[in-house]
Write a protein that binds this ligand. Structure first.
Ligand code: NAI
Length: 340
C-alpha cells in the first residue's frame, strides 16, 4: 500500500473500536453520508502502528465516497480497518466485536469484505449486526469489477484511438488475480493480444494455456510495447519511475490508487496517455454489493455496471474540453454529486 497524506478536512465521524476480550482494535471512518449510509470494506492489515492505520482508513473512506458517488449509487463513503495480522489474528470473536461496534453506529456505516478479510469473516460480523454487505449469497463481486474495466477500456479505445473494436490491440496486463484474469479473458474474447506479468507462476501458466498470453517478468510490464496498460495488482504503479517507460496510450485497469501522486494525472495528460480514473473504472464490485445489500433487482446490476463506460466517455470528453487530467474531472464529477 501507499500511505500518502490523507485529507483530514472532510470526515463526518471516525470511531476507534477496541474490545479487549477479543483483542479487537479497529478504526471505522465515516467520510460522507450525504447520498446514503457510508459503505466500504473492512481491511485487516498488520499496520506498523495506529497512526498508519488511521492514515489508511481516512484515505480509503474518502476514496469510497468518490467511487460510490460517481457510480451513481445511493450510498456514501466509509471504510474500516482492523489492526492485526489476517493470517494469525483472526477469530470469530474479533469479527463479532466489530459487528457490535457497527451496531452501535446504527447503520451510518455498512461494511463488507476487503483486503485481508473474507466473506466467512463477514458472517461473524453479521451475527451481531445487519449493517454488513456481500455475505457471499451471490458470490464474488470481482467479475463485475472485471466487466466494468472491460467496458471502460472500450470507452477509452473509442475516445482515444477512434476504434469500435479491440481487435489486434495489445494489452499489458499486470496481475492475473480475481479481477485481472476475468478482465484478460474478456479482452482476449474481443480480439486483443495479451502480454501479462504476475508473481504467481500458476496464474501465468493458466493465462498462457487458456488465453495465449505472452509472459514477461514482473518489472518488464512497464516497458512493453502495448496499446493499453491494465494495472490489476498493486496501487501507485503510475509514478515518476514508470511514467517514462510506459508505451501504452491508454491506462485502464482495476487497481485502487493507481496514481502515486495527484500530479501524475497531469503528467499522463501531457504525455498523451488517456487514463481511466481508477475509482470510476473499478466500481463494478461495489455496484454489485450495493444492489445486494439494498435488495435492488439483481437483473439490473449488469446494466448499471455497463454504465461505467458511459461515465468514462463523459469524463474523457470533459477532460479534453477543459484541458484537465481525467482524474481531476472525475473528482469534480463526484463532488458535484455528493457535496452540499
Ligand atoms: P487478487 O489478490 O485476486 O489479485 C492480485 C494479483 O496480482 C494476484 O494474482 C497477485 O499474484 C498479483 N500480483 C501481486 N503483486 C504483483 C506484482 N508485483 N506484479 C504483478 N502481479 C502481482 O486481487 P483482485 O481482487 O483481483 O484485485 C486486483 C486489484 O483491483 C487490487 O488492487 C484491488 O484493490 C482492486 N479492486 C478489486 C476489486 C474486486 O472486486 N476484487 C474491486 C475494486 C478494486
Amino acid at each position: 500500500f501507499v500511505f500518502s497524506e490523507p485529507n483530514f478536512d472532510a470526515h463526518e465521524q471516525v470511531v476507534f473500536a477496541c474490545e479487549p476480550k477479543s483483542g479487537l482494535k479497529a478504526i471505522i471512518a465515516v467520510h460522507n453520508t450525504n447520498l446514503g449510509p457510508a459503505m466500504g470494506g473492512c481491511r485487516m492489515w498488520n499496520y506498523r502502528d495506529e497512526a498508519q492505520a488511521v492514515n489508511d482508513v481516512l484515505r480509503l473512506s474518502r476514496g469510497m465516497t468518490y467511487k460510490n458517488a460517481v457510480a451513481g449509487l445511493p450510498i456514501g463513503g466509509g471504510k474500516s480497518v482492523i489492526i492485526g495480522n489476517p493470517k494469525t489474528d483472526k477469530t470469530p470473536a474479533l469479527f463479532e466485536a466489530l459487528g457490535e461496534a457497527l451496531e452501535r453506529l446504527g447503520g451510518r456505516y455498512v461494511t463488507a469484505e476487503d483486503v485481508g478479510t473474507h466473506h466467512h469473516d463477514m458472517a461473524h460480523v453479521a451475527s451481531k449486526t445487519s449493517y454488513v454487505a456481500g455475505l457471499g449469497a451471490s458470490g464474488d463481486p470481482s467479475p463485475y469489477t472485471a466487466l466494468g474495466c472491460f467496458v471502460g477500456a472500450q470507452a477509452a479505445v473509442k475516445h482515444h484511438l477512434g476504434r469500435d473494436s479491440m481487435e489486434g490491440l495489445v494489452v499489458a496486463l499486470q496481475g492475473l488475480g480475481n479481477v485481472g484474469y476475468d478482465y484478460a479473458r474478456r479482452l482476449k474474447q474481443a480480439g486483443a493480444r495479451l502480454i501479462v506479468a504476475d508473481i504467481d507462476q500458476a496464474a501465468l501458466e493458466r493465462a498462457q494455456a487458456e488465453l495465449g498470453a505472452q509472459v514477461v517478468a514482473v518489472e518488464a510490464i512497464y516497458d512493453v510495447e502495448a496499446d493499453i496498460y491494465a494495472p490489476c495488482a498493486l496501487g501507485a504503479t503510475l509514478n515518476l519511475g514508470t511514467l517514462d517507460r510506459l508505451k501504452a496510450r491508454i491506462v485502464a485497469g482495476a487497481a485502487n490508487n493507481q496514481l502515486a501522486t495527484a500530479e501524475i494525472g497531469e503528467l499522463l495528460r501531457q504525455k498523451g496517455v488517456l487514463y481511466a480514473p481508477d475509482f470510476v473504472i473499478n466500481a463494478g464490485g461495489i455496484i454489485k454489493v450495493c444492489y445486494e445489500y439494498l435488495d435492488k433487482p439483481e437483473n439490473e446490476v449488469e446494466a448499471h455496471v455497463r454504465r461505467i463506460g458511459e461515465t468514462l466517455a463523459e469524463v474523457f470528453v470533459r477532460a479534453d474540453r477543459e484541458q484537465l487530467p481525467t482524474s481531476t474531472v472525475a473528482d469534480r464529477l463526484a463532488e458535484a454529486r455528493f457535496k452540499r
